[in-house]
Design a protein around this ligand. Structure first.
Ligand code: NAP
Length: 250
């Protein structure tokens, strides 16, 4: 019997994470839907997966906290089995602001939620996947952003810089574990229709900006999920340390 495929998707209660969790479940993965605070949305994602005959659990964990990340992974070990795919997706942004108005509290919050969290989840995944530690290998897909390339001036340089750090994490870790059966890749979405833009203070942000996108439209969560899935599945088996830009040409 082949080994159970187990995917942990962080921040999977809504948006790109929810679409990714549903896609992995449709492809036979047992899925862990991680969420931070919105239990209701995470349960709805789980309900939809179960209704389609998929296997999943929801686990509340703030992935910026080390002890929460450890609990997330040990829960998955016990309930679903050893993780084979980690999708680092959870992320936040704050209200649009110029740099001179940013407080240390805000900057640190962005960095712990968007960067420390990815490092901690990668650490726990590598401990379980590495063939040097008796693991059977696995795949990590990090969700960065086109902001890592644009820098997001006048909106959120802190967020953009946090995504730049994810690109560097992806490159470094992919090389560190390439010979240990672990592939590490990254997607960089552009403007995607999710509730995240409302958190930045401008729910209609994509409508304002879509004329600058060569394809003249925003993207859908499902389009990002498909790319994440491809980077995680066997079809991309010789790909590591790579970046897939999903930004309509931006
Ligand atoms: P979203 O709709 O705001 O969803 C993000 C999810 O992350 C939320 O459900 C939230 O959980 C969860 N989360 C945040 N901090 C967390 C933490 N510390 N621990 C656990 N969960 C946490 O965002 P999205 O647009 O789908 O974005 C997903 C990823 O894509 C993010 O990394 C984002 O930076 C990236 N991205 C998005 C866009 C875009 O245009 N939307 C573009 C480029 C990149 P709760 O609801 O439970 O609090």
């Amino acid at each position: 019997m082949s080994k159970q495929k187990v995917a942990i998707i962080t921040g999977a209660g809504r948006g790109i994470g929810a679409a990714t969790a549903k896609l992995f479940a449709r492809n036979g993965y047992a899925v862990c839907i991680n969420y931070k605070s919105d239990e209701k949305s995470a349960s709805q994602v789980a309900k939809s997966i179960s209704a389609d005959g998929g296997q999943c659990i929801t686990v509340q964990a703030d992935v910026s906290f080390e002890s929460d990340v450890e609990r997330l992974f040990t829960t998955v070990d016990k309930v679903l089995g050893t993780v084979t795919v980690l999708v680092n997706n959870a992320g936040i942004l704050k209200k649009q602001s110029r740099l001179e108005d940013m407080t240390a509290e805000r900057i640190n919050s962005i960095l712990t939620n968007n960067v420390t969290s990815y490092f901690l989840c990668c650490r726990e995944a590598v401990k379980r996947m590495s063939t040097q530690r008796d693991g059977s290998g696995g795949v990590i897909v990090n969700v960065s952003s086109a902001a890592a390339r644009s820098g997001s001036p006048n909106e959120y340089i802190d967020y953009a810089a946090s995504k730049g750090a994810i690109d560097t994490l992806t490159k470094g870790l992919s090389l560190e574990v390439a010979a240990e059966g672990i592939r590490v890749n990254c997607v960089r979405p552009g403007l995607i229709y999710t509730d995240m833009h409302a958190d930045g203070g401008e729910p209609e942000r994509i409508e304002r900006l879509k004329h600058v996108i060569p394809m003249q439209r925003g993207g859908q969560s499902g389009e990002v999920a498909e790319a994440i899935y491809w980077l995680a599945c066997e079809k991309s088996s010789f790909s590591t340390g790579n970046f897939l830009d999903l930004a309509g040409g931006l």
